[in-house]
Design a protein around this ligand. Structure first.
Ligand SMILES: [Zn+2]
Length: 422
């Protein structure tokens, strides 16, 4: 498990310019390494070192060897990712795959440092640059010092150093702790989470985390933004930049609050989410209307997912993903798929007559999909789903064999989580 702390060390102008120069050479080293790998269709560090090390050393004479190695490692990772993405894209759009931009770095890049190139003793931080090693004193807040203390197994793994948009040097210290220290909580409940726009998160236990505030704030910013864009003066543009920051911070804060509440809930062992990775594809295909697309485009589902995952990891809660298809159209009691049963935020089954909030229905379906999958794959430790208040969960527990949804069908509907018919 990794965590990071960002600090802003106080540096002299000379030291800052040394970092800027290091960044330039680092970017050059990275670009040379990634070009070499792609041209030789290789992802081997050893090969790269053999072929390109001497030339990089010539091109970037004052870049410390440790940093050349870091740039090389980052380049290998970037090229590997790039290959995976390209192979995926090739299957669908071969022409687009040909035009895909190669991994490259600009002069103003963020450099990765490892334990050889950065050291932290007490509050003294030293790290190498093109010039000489910079020595500086940093202050890590008391809160973090307690949280990532070496006695709990936390170790400094490295850092990312760069210059932010405001021209300040930041140091992103990365701490690592071996995973086995955190115990997994295996005897809690399995809870399904349905994400949406009208309710950010709804749990299968029936708890809603509303999006009313978020929608109000987003609507406000959308309005102000469109007015400023129309004006188009220089001061309007400045205001636009600052607004984008405000909105981002609001969303981040909200996602932090929700994920923290969820991660700190007792007696939960697994959170099940629907896999929304196909959302972007859907948007491109134009399967949703204009207002829907607008909401989706500034919907921060992946950010919430990320925050929830890392917070749960710390508390020993697993986060799992299941297929998103039909979760909002299926009745969670009799498992019949019927689009017409949903009316606004109510789901009233036309077959068995059960009625509940549509998002809770979807959340229960998400949870049951996970349980079904886990049983099929033979995972032993799957608890029986707890009965949510008022809505007895039948289906699989009664018959032992759950009805499964038709798999392999092409996705023609919006994924669940998005309110339908509105
Ligand atoms: Zn039903």
């Amino acid at each position: 498990m990794r965590r990071s702390i960002t600090v802003f060390p106080k540096l002299t102008d000379k030291e800052v310019s040394a970092i800027v120069e290091t960044g330039k050479q680092y970017a050059r080293a990275f670009n040379m390494a990634s070009e070499c790998l792609i041209n030789n269709s290789s992802t081997s560090k050893r090969f790269l070192h053999k072929v390109q090390y001497g030339r990089i050393k010539e091109e970037c004479p004052s870049l410390p060897t440790g940093l050349i190695q870091c740039a090389r490692d980052v380049a290998v990772e970037a090229v590997k990712n790039w290959n995976v993405k390209r192979t995926k894209l090739k299957q669908k759009h071969p022409k687009k795959a040909e035009r895909m931009k190669r991994p490259s770095m600009k002069d103003k890049c963020t450099m990765r440092y490892d334990v050889r190139t950065i050291t932290l003793r007490g509050s003294q931080l030293t790290f190498s640059t093109c010039d000489k090693r910079i020595k500086t004193i940093i202050t890590i807040p008391e809160f973090f010092r307690g949280r990532y203390s070496p006695s709990d197994g936390w170790k400094l793994k490295g850092a990312n150093i760069g210059i932010n948009r405001k021209g300040r040097v930041f140091v992103n210290l990365i701490y690592e702790c071996p995973d086995h220290i955190i115990e997994e909580n295996n005897d809690g409940k399995i809870v399904g989470l349905d994400r949406g726009i009208y309710n950010i998160v709804t749990t299968s236990e029936g708890v809603h985390y509303g999006a009313k505030d978020a929608r109000r704030v987003k609507r406000k910013y959308n309005h102000v933004r469109s007015e400023l864009q129309e004006k188009g003066t220089r001061s309007a543009k400045r205001r636009l930049v600052s607004i984008s920051g405000c909105e981002k911070r609001f969303v981040h804060d909200q996602n932090h609050c929700i994920s923290k509440k969820l991660a700190n809930t007792d007696d939960v062992s697994v959170y099940v989410l629907e896999d929304l990775s196909s959302m972007n594809m859907l948007r491109l295909k134009g399967k949703s209307n204009k207002t829907m697309r607008k909401w989706i485009s500034n919907w921060s589902y992946s950010d919430l997912e990320f925050k929830l995952t890392y917070k749960c990891q710390k508390n020993g809660i697993k986060v799992e993903f299941v297929d998103a298809r039909y979760t909002s159209r299926k009745c969670s009691v009799c498992k019949t798929i019927d689009k017409a049963s949903r009316n606004g935020n109510r789901y009233t089954c036309r077959h068995c007559g059960s009625s509940m909030h549509a998002d809770v229905n979807a959340a229960i379906n998400i949870r049951d999909n996970y349980i079904t999958r886990a049983q099929k794959s033979g995972q032993a430790a799957v608890n029986q789903p707890g009965e949510p208040s008022g809505h007895p969960v039948s289906g699989w527990s009664a018959t032992g064999k759950p009805e499964t949804e038709p798999l392999g069908k092409t996705l023609t509907s919006k994924p669940s989580g998005l309110p339908e018919g509105r």
